[in-house]
Each structure stands twice: as C-alpha cells, then as structure tokens.
Design a binder for this molecule. Structure first.
Ligand code: NDP
Length: 278
C-alpha cells in the first residue's frame, strides 16, 4: 500500500469512527438539560425529547400544577431524574435563584433551551400598549437574557474547573427576519434573541459553550389548529401546521456532542414556508 493510500485508509477509518461516535452522542445520558416554558407546547415536546434521549431534565414555568403534571409525563419516558420548578423568567432574581436550585438538585447544567415566551398582537404598531410592549420584551427577550446569563456563567465556571461544555438554544421565530405589523414587540424581542445568541456564540465558543437559535414556523398551540390553517394549506410546501414534537429533534441534536461544531447558527424549521416564492 502506498503512503498516499495508507494515509487515505487512516484518515477514512478515523472519519468513520468519529462520525459513529458523534451520532451515538445523540444519546444524552449523563447530561442535564433545562427547558424554560417546559410545561406545554414546544417546550414540553423538547423536554420530552431530551428526556427520551437520556438527559436529566429540569422544566420551568409559572403554573405549578401544569409543571408538576408535565414532570409526571416526562418521568414515564425518562431514565434520569426530572425536576419541575416554578420560575417566572420575567423576574431576573427568580431566574438566578431558580438556576441555583437546579444546580443544587441535579448537580450541573449542560444544555439550556430558552423557550418560554408569550405572543401578543395588536391591530398595528401604534395600537401596541406600553404594558403589552413591556410584558413581551420582559418575557421573550429579557427572560431569555437572564436564563442564558445564568447558564453561561455556570458553564464558564465549569470550564475553569476543567469540566468544559455546554449548549444554549433559544427559541426564535420567523418574525426575527420579517415585518410583523402589530407584532413589532414580539419581532423585536425575537430579533434581539438572535443578536444575543450570536454574541454568546462568538464570545464563549472557546469555553466550550455553543449557542444557536431555532426558528419554528407555524406550530400548533395546545394541539389546536389555529387561524392560519387555510393559508398554510394553500401555500405551505408542507401544507399544514407543524407540531410541537417536530421541533424536539433539532433541540436534542443541538444539545448533543453531535453538534460540537455547530455554533452561532439560526435554524429554521417551518416546512419550507419561508423559501416558497409562490
Ligand atoms: P405555549 O403558549 O404553548 O407555551 C408557552 C410556555 O412558556 C408555557 O410553558 C408557559 O408556562 C411558559 N411561559 C410563558 N411565560 C413565562 C414566564 N414568564 N416564565 C416562565 N415560563 C413562561 O407556546 P408555544 O409552545 O407555542 O411557544 C413556545 C415558544 O416558541 C415561545 O417562545 C414562542 O414565541 C415560540 N414560537 C412559537 C411558535 C408557534 O407557532 N407556536 C412559532 C415560533 C416561535 P406558564 O404559563 O406556566 O408560565
């Protein structure tokens, strides 16, 4: 065998071995994940996906009863512990103490899905009240800001103790890059999340911390078809609403070591809605 062929064989064997390890690392056994807004919808689906992939999962929401019921559901899927906690992400102090309780309970945090969010719409920009603007920005932007801040601080500390690694995923929206008349507060919050995540990705990759944004398209809320059903049926390449479970896979992938080189990205999961020029 020539040197060139031997080199090829070595490189090919190494590539194949590493690819197999990377894909097996979609198994999240031993990792701890936090999902904010994990008691219903996309957050619950992501929490269930992370638990099914082997992670220990903490879920946050404001409704204690729903948190507890969601945790019971996850326990049926999970081999690792599940921890539900009542945390309002709009309150930075609550986020800090919630994060401390989480580390005390589950020992560490490897992945965070900052998903908690609210949607409010007005007839136009000028109809958005100051209260609505503040609620939406406080929850969707500053809530994720506090959550990501607590996570990055924890992950950098771990890195300095010789235990690097961490994945941050924020839940964006198609509104990050489009005009949403009457939803400027929502769109501004989601666009701000994009800026936040890219800054964190650029600044903390060297600490083993990756940060990415997922932008779901139109996803059913609480299993109910919504008001865009006919629009989606008419011009959606996949002509229907997405389901919360259809966001779970990308969150599991981004949480895993299979995504070790995936950083600073915005990933759209919308059935092709955004690319359709029809
Ligand atoms: P749901 O209304 O079904 O779920 C929202 C979740 O966020 C609930 O678990 C809720 O729990 C929690 N939440 C809301 N406010 C707070 C808060 N202040 N503190 C902690 N938890 C909070 O929404 P979806 O699943 O549809 O949406 C989830 C995320 O996905 C949002 O960020 C949304 O913007 C985004 N998204 C949704 C799309 C869709 O089509 N559905 C499309 C694109 C993005 P609780 O009420 O108990 O606090």
């Amino acid at each position: 065998m020539s040197n060139e062929a031997r080199d090829w064989a070595e490189v090919a064997a190494e590539t194949a071995r590493e690819a197999a390890v990377a894909v097996r690392s979609l198994d999240l056994s031993g990792k701890v994940a936090l999902v904010t807004g994990g008691n219903r919808g996309i957050g619950l689906a992501a929490a269930a996906g992370l638990a099914a992939a082997g992670a220990s999962v903490a879920l946050w929401g404001r409704d204690h009863t729903r948190n507890t019921s969601a945790a019971d559901l996850l326990e049926d899927l999970a081999a690792a512990p599940i921890f539900a906690d009542r945390v309002d992400v709009a309150d930075p102090t609550a986020v800090r103490s919630g994060f401390e309780r989480l580390v005390a309970e589950l020992g560490r945090v490897d992945c965070v899905f900052a998903n908690a969010g609210i949607a409010e719409h007005a007839a136009s920009f000028l109809d958005i009240t100051d209260d609505s603007r503040d609620r939406v920005l406080q929850t969707n932007l500053l809530g994720a800001w506090s959550t990501v801040g607590a996570a990055v601080s924890h992950m950098v500390d771990r890195h300095e103790r010789g235990d690097p690694g961490g994945s941050i995923v924020v839940n964006g929206s198609l509104a990050t890059a489009r005009g949403l008349s009457g939803g400027e507060h929502y769109a501004a919050a989601k666009a701000g999340l994009g800026a936040l995540v890219r800054g964190v990705a650029a600044g903390y990759g060297r600490y083993g911390v990756r940060a990415n944004m997922v932008c779901p398209g139109y996803i059913e809320r609480d299993g109910m078809p919504g008001r865009f059903a006919s629009k989606l049926a008419e011009r959606g390449p996949v002509p229907r609403y997405g389901r919360p479970a259809e966001i779970a896979g990308i969150v599991v992938y981004l949480a895993s070591e299979a995504a070790a080189y995936h950083n600073g990205d915005t990933i759209t999961v919308d059935g092709g809605w955004s690319i359709n020029v029809k």
